[in-house]
Structure formats: C-alpha cells, structure tokens
Design a protein around this ligand. Structure first.
Ligand SMILES: Cc1ncc(COP(=O)(O)O)c(C=O)c1O
Length: 407
C-alpha cells in the first residue's frame, strides 16, 4: 500500500520550476548564474533607506487588502505620467509580485473550460495559473528571427513574430483572456503597434480580456513599449500588471500591482483577499517613495543606460564565443542560438554549460507546451555586475569550438 499523503489532481502535472533547478545546479557547481532573472547587485540605496525608515516608524502591521493608498497613488501616477493612462488609485491593487497579480487575475476571470491564449514560448506561470483556475491554455507560437551574421538574415524579421492567421484561429467562443507579455520573457520581443492593434481588434470582436504583463517596460532598447490598455476601447477590457521588483532591482520584496477598470479590479480583489489578503507594509511604503522619486529624478534613464551597457557586453561575449544572437528589443534576457554545437536538446546543453563550463543558462524548452518543439536556444540574463559577465566570458572561452568552427 502506498502511504504517501495524497495530493490533488490539480497539482499532479506541475513539476519543479526550471529556474529552481538551474539555480540549484549553478550553486552546486559554483557556476556564474546567468539563468534566473534576478540582479546580483545591490538595489538603490534610497529605496533601502525608505524601507528601513518605514520599519523604524512602526509601519509593521497589516496593510489594507487592496494596498496602501500612497502606493496605489504612486502606481497610478506612474502610468498616467509615462503612458497618459488616466488611471485612478481606486483602480490599482497591490499584490505579492507580478506572480500573484497574474494568479489573482486569472482566478478572477476564468471559469472551468474557458480558454486563455498564450504566446509560446510563455513565461512559466501562465499555463499552470490557467489550469489551476480550471481553464485551458491555447498556444500561439512566436518564431525566432534569423541570427545576425547568418546567411539569410537580410530577408528575415529582426524580432520574434507570430502568424496573424494563427492568432485569429485561436480566438473562439470559449476564449476568455489573452496574456500579452511585452517586453516578452524569454524572447526579448517588444510587441509593435500593428501587432497590438490586431490583438486589440480580436479582443473587441470576441469579447476577450487582455492580461498585459509589462514587468520589463523600463527595459526597452529598440522600438517602444506600448501598453495595450492605451489602445482605443481597450482600457475597459485590460488588466495591466507590473512589478517594482524588476524596476527597482528588488525582486525579493515581491511588490507588484494590477491596474484595471472598477469591475475587473473588484473581481481581482476578491481573489487577492483569499490568496494573500495584504502585502508587506514597510516594503509598500518604500516602493511608494521609489515610484514617486523616479518620476521626478533621472532614475529610469540611469536604469536604462545601466542595462543597455550590459546588453551590449553580453551580446558581444556570446557572439564572440560562437552563439547566434539577435540583440533583444527589450527585457534583460538574451536568447542565443546553440544549434552550432548540435546538442541533443537545450536542457542537455544548459546542464553541460552549468556543470562543465561554469555558466548557468535557462533551456527555453521549459517555456513550451511541448518542449521537444522548442528551437535549440539558451536564455542568458544580463541583470548582473559587469565583473560577473566578464567572468562568464572567461569561462565561455573553455567551450569547445563548435563543428561550424566560427568561435
Ligand atoms: C514575464 C514575467 N512576469 C512575471 C514575473 C514575476 O514577477 P514578480 O517577481 O514580481 O512576481 C516575471 C519574473 O521573472 C516575469 O519574467
């Protein structure tokens, strides 16, 4: 007889996240961790001071469930000032990172059997969140651009693209929501205005809600970040999600938020109150100060310059060592073509890179419904000190030249 405690069917198909696996492997083998998307440098001193001040001032009891008014005001003011979105603090809900924002949103929207359209590769929580809510993920593929320097690069797109007909075909009477992650993890794609207009038109035609995951909106290097909520008639049917963890390099504080019109905000708050109820009070104070300061200072410009420098360096390093790389339009990730080494799979290559070369990367097949159909690539994160990237470069020099011999 099997004496193990029984778990629900709901969680039966959920394995360990690839981020957990690769980060643990990196620690065991002393590898430079360019896998999981978190900074290895200190967050801004003024933001840390604001948290210390909030703790010292005894802001240590439960916050209101929707979030502190000053933080909701700061988040609303940020979208108003940056994108001209006339959002009120009453339409903001503070969540435990973008992770809970996504979870509460999908729980709030989805009934059993409803479909949610996801662009594949898809950030790894979207599928499980949809399934927990009783929904069915429906994937539309993003195809990679040609790597720079390859023979056919002049005729092919320079960013990841999707087939508009495949997207149209994915919408049907059961479709309830579409997740629009721009800038997109893991590909670095920044959705263009025509692409967003097509998505918006389909949402309007089929009465579908857009869930806009915009956690990398401050890291755009080519093109422009356009919140889908700013397109005509889309505010009423969009939940916009952001995370101060990414913007202020404090991923461990887990302060995220949703922006949504009153009816959707009401639904999200119903789910949020029974998931976490309220989020850490002193960190909400600190992020209110951080967002307010950033609108009046050069913080965002400096963050952008900081990441642009690291993006350029890691692109150079990877290209110099034989990877096919198209510089990402946004995010702090680079998807590199590993076909030159002809590995059996991206998982095998990333394990080899971590354990034998000492540089950890993420195998993007983890972002695909059917991993075997993923292109052979590895995802590297450049939210790292320059010295970390330079050490990674020294280690990549140990990588055997691939059969094509270009490294
Ligand atoms: C696209 C995307 N959405 C959501 C999240 C989760 O954000 P948070 O750390 O605020 O929960 C991440 C984190 O890596 C992400 O890349």
């Amino acid at each position: 007889m099997d004496n193990r405690p029984r778990h629900s069917q709901r969680v039966a198909s959920f394995g360990q996240s690839i981020f957990t696996e690769m980060s643990a492997l990196a620690v065991t083998h002393g590898a430079i961790n360019l896998s999981q998307g978190f900074p290895d440098f200190a967050g801004p001193a003024h933001v840390k001071q604001a948290a210390i001040a909030a703790i010292s001032a005894d802001h240590n009891q439960y916050a209101p469930s929707p979030g502190l008014p000053i933080l909701r005001e700061a988040a609303a003011a940020t979208y108003q000032a940056t994108y001209g979105l006339p959002v009120s603090p009453a339409e903001v809900t503070i969540t435990c990172g973008a992770t809970e924002a996504l979870f509460a949103t999908l729980l709030a929207l989805i009934d059993p059997g409803d479909e949610v359209i996801l662009f594949e590769p898809a950030y790894d929580s979207y599928g499980p969140n949809t399934i927990i809510a009783g929904g069915v993920p429906r994937y539309v593929r993003l195809e990679p651009p040609a790597a720079q320097g390859s023979a056919d690069s002049s005729t092919l797109p320079t960013d990841w693209t999707f087939d508009p007909d495949a997207l149209r075909a994915a919408f049907n009477p059961r479709t309830r929501a579409i997740v629009v992650n721009t800038p997109h993890n893991p590909t670095g794609k920044v959705f263009t205005r025509p692409e967003l207009e097509l998505i918006a038109a389909l949402c309007l035609e089929h009465d579908v809600i857009a869930v806009a995951d915009e956690v990398y909106d401050r890291m755009v290097f080519t093109g422009q970040h356009i919140p889908i909520a700013t397109l005509p008639n889309m505010w009423e049917r969009t939940v916009t999600i952001n995370s101060t963890g990414k913007t202020f390099s404090m991923t461990g504080w887990k302060i995220g938020y949703t922006l949504a019109p009153p009816a959707l905000t009401d639904a999200i708050r119903r789910a949020h109150q029974w998931a976490t109820f309220a989020i850490a009070t002193p960190f909400q104070h600190a992020m209110a100060a951080a967002l307010t300061d950033a609108l009046e200072s050069t913080y965002y410009a400096e963050l952008h310059r900081f990441y642009a420098e690291r993006r350029a360096l890691l692109v150079d390093i990877l290209q110099a060592h034989g990877f096919g790389v198209v510089p990402p339009a946004g995010t702090y990730f680079i998807m590199a073509d590993i076909r030159p080494w002809q590995p059996a799979s991206d998982v095998e290559f990333c394990r080899y890179l971590t354990t034998e070369i000492g540089v950890a990367a993420i195998p993007p097949s983890a972002f695909y419904e059917q991993p075997a159909t993923a292109p052979l690539m590895a995802r590297f994160c450049f939210a790292k000190e320059l010295a970390t990237l330079q050490t990674a470069a020294q280690r990549l020099a140990l990588l055997a030249p691939h059969p094509a011999g270009s490294s």
